[in-house]
Design a protein around this ligand. Structure first.
Ligand code: CP
Ligand code: NVA
Length: 311
């Protein structure tokens, strides 16, 4: 894997499993105070370029880099010549001369593709309008921890209730590659794009994954062991906020909806949440919620990703 622009870049379910196993080990080493991978990226510089706001992704990449011995350089596009119109290609060609790896968050996915094409160093997608692969990988790590093994995760129904945007797209690719039972519930026009579904169908045929699309949140919830949601209005979609609130009103993850889920179901959210919109306070702060364990695991998966692309 040279770049991680999409979950598809990982190549196979076996490779996904290896990333999860390696993150579990790195996490155990870190928590036990063992040396583990500490210092493995000594002398390297990790660029973290954000063209949209970010809390978890920025800080987890910076701390991951630091713990591996690398220097994290956090850059906001508003402080760069990008703001004055310097092209993505020229930015990539310049930064390749200084940095060893770049994590890049931007609007159009095509921009990160241009960045990668013009870059001599690995590029990691830190979120675009199409995918958020680091998020989905950290989430799978969290579910494997909670359910004890990937085999147990394969026997667990995962229900994603909400917008078929970047997080969902990375998630269905991951589910399809890894043989999971995954249902997406959303109003039809917010379902995954057709070309994504086509690729997902082929991957699922090969892995035995069960991928279901529905407009019914309660059907999706029935028997689910994992309930996942994301904001109704993502960064960049703000002009559509009012129509999205109308369209998603009946997809709120609240205690009434949770009645249909398994008693030991876990509730996940990539964060930041718009409390009172896609998820209620009592659910996100309630006994089913694991959202901060999920946020913590971004750190452990980022380390694995940095080590992998710099191998
Ligand atoms: N989940 C996530 O990527 O959070 P940030 O936007 O805070 O980085
Ligand atoms: N779908 C959200 C995810 C934020 C981490 C967004 O793109 O804003």
């Amino acid at each position: 894997m040279k770049h991680l622009l999409s979950i598809l870049d990982i190549g196979s379910g076996v490779a996904v499993e290896a990333l999860i196993e390696s993150s579990l080990k790195l996490k155990r080493d870190t928590l036990a105070g063992r040396k583990g991978a500490r210092g493995q990226l000594s002398g390297k510089t990790v660029g973290i370029i954000m063209e949209k706001p970010s809390t978890r992704t920025t800080v987890s990449f910076a701390v991951a880099a630091h713990q591996l011995g690398a220097f994290p350089l956090i850059l906001s596009s508003s402080d760069m010549q990008r703001k004055r119109g310097e092209t993505v290609a020229d930015t990539a060609r310049t930064l390749s001369r200084y940095l060893d790896v770049v994590a890049f968050r931007t609007f159009a996915h095509s921009d990160i593709e241009v960045f990668a094409r013009n870059s001599d160093i690995p590029v990691i997608n830190a979120l675009t309008d199409r995918e958020h692969p680091c998020q989905a990988l950290g989430d799978l790590l969290t579910i494997v921890e909670k359910k004890k093994s990937l085999e147990n995760v394969r026997r667990t129904k995962i229900a994603f209730i909400g917008d078929g945007n970047n997080v969902l797209v990375s998630w269905i690719y991951l589910a399809a590659m890894s043989g999971l039972d995954f249902t997406h519930a959303a109003p039809r026009r917010y379902s995954a794009p057709r070309e994504v579904r086509k690729k997902v169908a082929a991957l699922a045929r090969a892995s035995g994954a069960k991928i279901t699309y529905t407009e019914s949140a309660s059907d999706a919830l029935k028997g689910a062991g994992v309930i996942y949601t994301d904001v109704w209005t993502s960064m960049g979609d703000e002009a559509e906020a009012a129509e999205r609130q109308d369209a998603f009103r009946s997809y709120q993850v609240n205690s009434k909806l949770l009645e249909a889920a398994a008693d030991d179901a876990i509730v996940m959210h990539c964060l930041p949440a718009r409390r009172g919109e896609e998820i209620t306070d009592d659910v996100i702060d309630g006994r089913h919620s694991i959202v901060f364990d999920q946020a913590e695991n971004r750190l452990h998966i980022q380390k694995t990703i940095l080590l992998e692309v710099l191998k």
